[in-house]
Structure formats: structure tokens, C-alpha cells
Design a protein around this ligand. Structure first.
Ligand code: EPU
Length: 339
């Protein structure tokens, strides 16, 4: 196949915030060959290459003076199956949640807690997506990426990816690695993670005493749908800030002042604070400034009510960040990539 180029194309359908900026050039890559074509074309035209997946972790504040290459490769396959451990591989352009549903339909456990996360398979390792007590790294079995510096393919093991909370080697070396396909180690026999927040309680409420992965997925979809806006209805990029890590001393100081502080002690002695709680407590939940706002059900999510520009959303985020810094002495870090 050959790459189809579009000039001066609106990126509104390609970012879940629904921000209307234009790409100087835009193309969709369906296979490795088209990815390489994209790289060459960008170089020929002297343009940077911006690779996107579902555009669900992206805040665009201006027209993109680059070749925007949207990963559209498809394909999911079982690589090995010993009756217990099943290694599957998915192409980068697969829609994450469709892949999760496919795995559950195949009777494979491991991805159920990661149900309904927007975005694509190829973007998932970038920020080590996570939800309800499971992160991508917990089911990861390797990936293949293209090294944009020399055009060679490279295999990455779990250790080489340096996954951390919403972080990875790929995020820390921006512009270098282009993820082509990802492998996951799934299980025929489920080891369910039910301890995060309301998951176990919701199952009990539904009268389910021995849940299947499909039950867990259904409950998590229900919880997510109540709190997180559907980007097809209300533009957003999920959590706008990461949950900040602070020292035990800072957490203790805050706890004395705010006894209902939501904080999770980490293995290394640091404490992770719920940014949603901080923003909520500071009074921002449901706040609206023109078309940009803070979601009424989850203070960690910024929303575009329609027509907000990326700069308006960013300006609101900055006001929130400064307010949280002043009020609590805590530094919030943005989660989506900013352009
Ligand atoms: N909270 C509030 N007010 C709010 C929001 C949250 O008080 O407006 C409190 C909640 O009551 C709860 C705590 O904060 O005690 C944590 O809230 P929640 O369980 O909703 O999760 P979160 O920490 O806000 C993280 C991830 C989400 C993921 C959920 C569930 C980050 C930055 N966000 O949110 O991931 O779905 O946990 O695992 O880690 C994303 O990254 O885009 C994302 C949606």
C-alpha cells in the first residue's frame, strides 16, 4: 500500500479534546512500509514527524507544522499458548478497548481492569497506561519499535522499557522510538485484581461472588462511564494531571490540615496524592470558563464543551496548577502531551 497525503487537514476528529487545529500534512500508516514512507516523506519535505494514535492524550494549542502520521495498522494474533500462559501480539493502530474486548472474548484474562481506556495499542506503552490497580507493565511481554535515528527495528523486553507510573523509556526519549506492535502475556486462568476503589464492592452489589474477567470488565466500564466523560460526547483527554508523589513529611503536614486527604503510601516511602481530590477540594470541580471546564464528576478531567481552543484549555490548567501549588504546596504535572 502507499501513503495517502492530505494537506492542511483539520485534526479535530483526531484528538479527543476535539480541538480544531490543522496539520500541514497528514497521513495514515497501515503497515511498517507506510510508516517508513512517512518518515522519508517528512525528511524530504524538511518537516518534523508527529506520530499519533487515538489522540487521546494530546493537547494541541496551535496548528501542527509537521507531517502528522496516524497509526492505523491492524491485526491481533496469538503467538503462543501453553494452556495457561498465552502470548498475544497486537499492531500499534488497534483500538485499545477493541483489543481488550477481543482478549476477553478469547477467554484470556489480564486486561479486564484496563477496559474502556481510550487510545491505541501502540500508545499504551508510552505512558504505561493504568487503571483500577493494574498497569500495562503487569501484562507486558515485549514490543517492536522502529528506531527513527537509524531506521532499524528493535525488540524491547520489559526491563528495557523502564516503565513507571504513567512513564516509560519511550516517553523519556521523545521522537526516537516509533512503536509498531506490542506483545502481552495473558492467562487462561484469571488472577483478578479487585482491591482498587469500588471494584469489589460493586461486584458484591451485583450479587457476584466468584467474578469472571468479563464481570470485572463490565463493572469497571460502569464505574468509568459514571465518572469519565465519553470523548465522543464531551471532549477530554482523561486525567489531565498525574497524581503527584510527595515526601511522607509533606503528606503528614497536609493530613494534619486536611484529615480527609486521599493519599496512597508507596513502596519507596513516598506518598501519592489523589490530584482529583486536591482540585476538587480547591473548589474547581464543575468550574467552567467559556467552553473550557473541569468535569463535574471527576475534577482531574478537563473538558471541552465545544469550540474551546487548546490555549484556552491550557490556560485553565495553568490556573488550576498555580492554585494547587499555592494552596497545598504541591506541584501538579500535566499528563497529556502538549503541542
Ligand atoms: N477524588 C475526589 N474528587 C474528584 C476526583 C477524585 O475527591 O473530583 C478522589 C476520589 O474520591 C478517590 C481519589 O480521589 O478517593 C481517586 O479518584 P479515582 O479513583 O477517580 O482515580 P484518580 O486517581 O483520580 C486514576 C487515574 C485514572 C484511572 C483511575 C482509576 C491518574 C492520573 N489517573 O485517577 O486514569 O482511570 O485512577 O484507576 O493516575 C488517565 O490516566 O487518563 C485516567 C483516567
Amino acid at each position: 500500500m502507499s501513503l495517502v497525503l492530505h494537506e492542511n487537514l483539520s485534526l479535530k476528529p483526531f484528538n479527543t479534546f476535539g480541538v480544531d487545529v490543522r496539520a500541514r500534512l497528514f497521513a495514515e500508516a497501515h503497515d511498517d512500509h507506510e510508516v517508513r514512507q512517512g518518515l522519508m516523506l517528512a525528511a524530504d519535505r524538511g518537516l518534523p514527524l508527529m506520530v499519533i494514535g487515538g489522540g487521546s492524550n494530546l493537547l494541541l494549542t496551535r496548528d501542527v507544522d509537521a507531517l502528522v502520521l496516524r497509526m492505523a495498522s491492524r491485526g491481533v494474533r496469538i503467538l503462543s499458548d501453553d494452556g495457561e500462559r498465552v502470548v498475544v501480539e497486537a499492531e500499534a493502530g488497534e483500538v485499545w478497548d477493541s483489543f481488550v474486548r477481543w482478549s476477553l472474548a478469547e477467554g484470556l484474562a489480564g486486561l479486564e481492569n484496563l477496559s474502556l481506556i481510550p487510545g491505541t495499542v501502540g500508545a499504551a506503552p508510552m505512558q504505561n497506561i493504568g487503571a483500577y490497580g493494574v498497569e500495562l507493565k503487569d501484562v507486558f511481554a515485549g514490543l517492536v519499535a522502529l528506531d527513527r535515528q537509524n531506521g532499524e527495528l528493535r525488540e524491547f523486553s520489559l526491563a528495557e522499557c523502564a516503565f513507571a507510573y504513567r512513564d516509560s523509556r519511550f516517553k523519556r526519549e521523545p521522537g526516537r522510538w516509533l512503536i509498531l506492535r506490542v506483545r502481552f502475556a495473558l492467562a487462561r486462568k484469571a488472577h483478578l485484581h479487585l482491591d482498587y476503589g469500588p471494584v469489589r464492592q460493586r461486584l458484591v452489589e451485583e450479587g457476584i461472588s466468584s467474578p469472571t474477567p468479563a464481570d470485572v470488565a463490565r463493572v469497571i466500564c460502569a464505574i468509568r462511564s459514571e465518572k469519565l466523560p465519553d470523548p465522543a460526547v464531551l471532549g477530554n483527554a482523561g486525567s489531565f494531571f498525574k497524581n503527584p508523589l510527595v515526601s511522607a513529611a509533606v503528606a503528614e503536614r497536609l493530613r494534619r490540615q486536611y484529615p480527609d486527604l486521599v493519599a496512597y503510601p508507596q513502596a519507596d516511602g513516598q506518598v501519592k496524592l489523589a490530584a482529583g481530590w486536591l482540585i476538587d477540594r480547591a473548589g474547581w470541580k464543575g468550574y467552567r470558563e467559556g467552553a473550557a471546564g473541569v468535569h463535574a464528576q471527576q475534577a482531574l478531567v478537563l473538558v471541552n464543551y465545544g469550540g474551546a481552543s487548546g490555549s484556552q484549555l491550557f490556560a485553565l490548567a495553568e490556573r488550576i496548577r498555580l492554585d494547587i501549588q499555592e494552596r497545598f504546596g504541591v506541584e501538579l504535572e500535566m499528563e497529556p502531551n502538549l503541542y
